[in-house]
Write a protein that binds this ligand. Sequence first.
Ligand code: PLP
Length: 400
Amino acid sequence: MTAFIEASSPHTMNTYGRLPIALSHGQGVRVWDVNGKSYLDGLGGIAVNTLGHNHPKLVPALQDQIAKIIHSCNYYHIPNQEALAAKLVELSGLTNVFFCCTGLEANEAALKLARKFGHDKGIERPEIVVYEKAFHGRSIATLSATGNEKIQKGFGPMVEGFIRVPLNDIEALKKATEGNPNVTAVFFETIQGEGGVNPMRIEYLQQVRKLCDERDWLLMIDEVQCGMGRTGKWFAHQWAGIKPDVMPLAKGLGSGVPVGAVVAGPKAAHIFQPGNHGTTFGGNPLAMRAGVETIRIMEEEGLLENAATVGAHLQAALRRELAGVEGFVEVRGQGLMIGVQLARPCGVLAQRAVDAGLLISVTADSVIRLVPPLIMTAAEADELVGILCPLIKQFLAEPV
Ligand SMILES: *Cc1c(COP(=O)(O)O)cnc(C)c1O
């Protein structure tokens, strides 16, 4: 194993603090490393593997597509772009879709929409409201929108035109934008992912929707992590009964195949004209097939309901197990997007979980994040709790 790690590191850039395992294959919510050790997958490749691993319906569909055509390019029509777009329009209540490959790319397109929305109204220097602890990606613009100085450090100057506000505080939003004619959009995650699984309150979502209508701003909701059924609705903002004007998607959309999308409503759907935006790989035939099949299988297998019920079961079990434990703060989230907040940094738990046969991540220093495949059963959730909670209790019992 050590030999493998040394052999694999000299030529890739040192961008990730990787754990010392390499995964070889998977089945359902289980994966195996190259040495044959098995793990319960509580991370789903960071909220990506919607259907788990080696799904019996997805795999043959993708094999079929690969044998037909993988990539063609956007000089030509790609029929499954229209099919996936129609489906996303149906599920979201919005109207038009642009396809790309990643979350940051979807967010980059959203930021361009917000700027052009302003320019089309005669605003020369559009400004976009973003949030503390937000994560929108690592391109220069999406990094600038991100609310984490640690990951911005060393890459300045940041892109200008962002106003940062705290979460769930409508008065702070009003104050920060008071009398400013340059504001064109408000941009946030319904449930912040990397920032520590921090949900926007339903009332706040409704208040911001109203404010955006009153001021003619675009409401742009980054559902890259919390969208695609993870919370038990197709999109997490739907719990508030509102619709955004712009919605970036990625992670779970292709169940492991890179697919990104920006879904827009009437206010934003016709801002881009030919020549304004594009991408070589975006919406290619393999990616579109993955998106179409992922949604079809989710519907066939009732995975929204599963995410809601297994998520609620998992959250309740975690709360029950950890109640009264010194140093446990709370369990947050919705459906199968769950954060376990501890009172102190707990990054070491990711490695200890690996040792115990469980994949998780720790984000925002002290939050254990669980974003497993949406096929997880209640029994598998119990198994997860049975591995994770003793590790947490042991960790919290150690002297600081
Ligand atoms: C992961 C993530 C991104 C960035 O997606 P990439 O595909 O890594 O570029 C953007 N926004 C949110 C909310 C995310 O969770």
